[in-house]
Design a protein around this ligand. Structure first.
Ligand code: NAD
Length: 359
């Protein structure tokens, strides 16, 4: 499919290329939809093997951000950017500054943040060239590490699904298997342990496993055994695509609810889980806490407000499962409907005001 045809199919507004010969910058910014507000999404720095691969990735990621922001109730659109280079080799202050100037040319239509290959220190440099960068150092009014808020959102969402499936939102005594005890997974374990949940954990990193076992009396299992652990809730907090043809038959849980992005390898795995009576809470609904946290920087960061907004993930999860039940569709589709409903409502409001939005 041609690029413009793909943009038309998924209704992307813009795809902007930027380069700077001196610093070696080669970047692409995709803006999917700004109906709800300026497009916010991280910048990924990655050694893509081709420009084509980078283009498809940025288009896909930008669209996902539209849905995530819409479902989270944020007045933000969806966008994403990629810098085509190996972050370990090519990152320099000149390149990041050139990138900041590139972002600035979009005059606020796109706001950037950290993603794979771009950290908070990089954002601090980028933000010297543009005010359209969030996720800065807390000492400069930034929102800092988003992972505690991502974990908090997952925790609230788990409570909502527990109420639906087990009849009570209390997680005390529930067995939760956590895959990956990195930034998000570790914070999630802390919240679950405090509530009295029983934990089974795994990670490729032994030091992290030992730390979680010591801190939360968690039972450690081997990475390949985590799917088959008998538990109430399986919480994927490592990589994407972990629910796939191989792992679905192994699952021994009633609920899947975790912080990882793109948990389902393919959309049909959502239907597969539904058939097996496993409740899958859509990842982008659950893990929006980090986005909510970073977005607060735009209004003057207020931690208390972040905590309140993140707590609303409970209601969103409840609504997603109401739609899923009412319409007989997998929760992943129900979440998309919820996002699309919010976008349509805002679009009809624009139309009612006699304003047509130009992308
Ligand atoms: P992280 O790198 O700190 O933690 C991931 C952990 O998973 C690592 O410790 C890694 O060793 C482990 N891991 C990787 N593959 C594994 C495997 N096969 N089995 C067991 N463990 C494995 O990353 P993070 O920031 O905690 O993010 C975790 C997930 O949540 C990612 O998918 C990320 O995209 C998503 N996410 C994170 C945030 C955030 O605020 N950090 C926000 C939204 C979504």
């Amino acid at each position: 499919m041609s690029i413009l045809r793909a943009m038309e199919k998924y209704n992307h507004e813009n795809l902007v290329f930027g380069q700077d010969r001196e610093s070696g910058l080669k970047a692409i910014i995709a803006i999917h939809d700004t109906t709800l507000g300026p497009a916010l999404g991280g910048t990924r720095m990655w050694a893509y093997t081709s420009e084509e691969e980078a283009v498809w990735d940025v288009l896909r990621l930008a669209r996902a951000m539209t849905y995530k922001a819409a479902v989270a109730g944020l007045d933000l659109g969806g966008g994403k950017a990629v810098i085509i280079s190996d972050p370990g080799k090519a990152k320099s202050e000149e390149l990041l500054r050139a990138y900041g100037r590139f972002v600035d040319t979009l005059k606020g239509k796109y706001i950037t943040a950290a993603d794979v290959g771009i950290c908070q220190q990089d954002i601090d440099i980028i933000s010297q060239e543009t005010s359209c960068a969030v996720g800065r150092n807390p000492s400069q009014g930034g929102s800092g590490d988003p992972s505690p808020y991502t974990a908090l959102g997952v925790f609230h969402g788990m409570k909502a699904i527990a109420k639906i499936v087990f009849g009570s939102e209390r997680l005390a005594g529930k067995r939760v298997a956590v895959q990956g005890v990195g930034q998000v997974g570790y914070h999630l374990c802390s919240l679950l342990a405090e509530e009295g949940a029983e934990l089974a954990i795994t990670d490729l990193n032994r030091t992290l496993v030992e730390k979680a076992v010591r801190a939360y009396h968690a039972a450690a299992v081997l990475p390949e055994d985590i799917f088959a652990v008998q538990c109430d809730i399986f919480a994927p907090c490592a990589l994407g695509a972990v629910i796939n043809d191989r792992t679905v038959p192994e699952l021994n849980c009633r609920v899947i609810a975790g912080g990882a992005n793109n948990v389902l390898a393919e959309e049909y795995h959502g239907e597969e889980l539904l058939k097996r009576g496993i409740y899958y809470v859509p990842d982008y609904v659950l893990n929006a806490g980090g986005l909510i946290n970073v977005a607060e920087e735009l209004y003057g960061y207020n931690r208390q407000r972040v905590i309140e907004k993140v707590a609303r993930i409970y209601d969103t999860v409840t609504e997603v499962f109401q739609i899923s039940k009412r319409e007989g569709i997998p929760p992943s589709q129900a979440a998309d409907r919820l996002a699309e409903k919010r976008l349509a409502r805002r679009k009809s409001w624009w139309t009612g005001q006699g304003v047509s939005k130009v992308g």
